[in-house]
Design a protein around this ligand. Sequence first.
Ligand SMILES: NC(=O)c1ccc[n+]([C@@H]2O[C@H](COP(=O)([O-])OP(=O)(O)OC[C@H]3O[C@@H](n4cnc5c(N)ncnc54)[C@H](OP(=O)(O)O)[C@@H]3O)[C@@H](O)[C@H]2O)c1
Length: 261
Amino acid sequence: MSNHSLPWQSVWLTGASQGIGLALAEALAQQGVTVCASARNEEALQALARRSRLWSGKVVAYPLDITDSSAVAETLVQIEVEQGLPQLVIFNAGSHHPTPATRFQSDEVRQLLELNVMGTCHCLEAILPRYIQHNTGHIAVVASLAGYRGLPSAAGYGASKAALNNLLEALAIDLYHTDIRLQIINPGFVRTPLTDRNAFPMPFLMEPEQAAAAIIHGLQSGRAEIRFPRRFALLMGLLRLLPAGLYRYLIARATGYDRAV
Ligand SMILES: NC(=O)c1ccc[n+]([C@@H]2O[C@H](COP(=O)([O-])OP(=O)(O)OC[C@H]3O[C@@H](n4cnc5c(N)ncnc54)[C@H](OP(=O)(O)O)[C@@H]3O)[C@@H](O)[C@H]2O)c1
């Protein structure tokens, strides 16, 4: 028997092999939840599943490349057969690489959109008909505060995360009359293999365990948007209200992009 304190028996989580997703899988399984963990790195998922035997919940590995829509559909069928329909899905898998204007490559932007946007859409396409059929379910998608407005060297990443914010908002309105809950998660900087590549200073940097705790708290709050850390999210929220010219000036100055290098 698991000592259940969280409202979900089972969760499907993508991007569970490292970073925020790994911390989230650990925290959920340690609190009694069955985590159906997806990512491409099967070895990492199996290692996590083995470690979870000591916890009150468990992790079951469902290796998956979310850019393959058929594989996504097949994985959800397998999860449903083996674990039942998850009450909560967290579509967290995503990536980032810089796409500065000085070496702008459409292929690099396409890769980010294929993973961050289309990969997430494949997952949504699989889960939505089931939740709509049962008029129940909880969907959370990890975007980023970087989706609020343009940031230097992040045209591709920012566009993908802005797209996810808009996409989830539209779906939430479509499903407003149902008992299906949709939440968008917009984190600030979190220390993970993804941000370990960043050479610039990252304000309000959080540990993945803190991010996982903020996400679990936010998921239970029912808020349409889960954003953290609070002060950075507030700052980014205020910057979103500025006129375009003033915003460009302030960000260029703050990041040194107002000077030729
Ligand atoms: N770290 C931050 O500061 C930050 C801030 C805001 C938002 N975010 C967002 O939070 C999410 C997680 O970021 P993170 O920092 O934890 O990144 P990360 O350490 O690079 O982890 C990304 C996860 O996504 C998985 N993934 C990548 N490509 C995949 C694919 N094609 N199919 C299935 N899974 C795939 C990776 O596993 P495999 O390689 O094994 O497939 C990994 O588990 C991302 O959506 C990111 O944009 C991060």
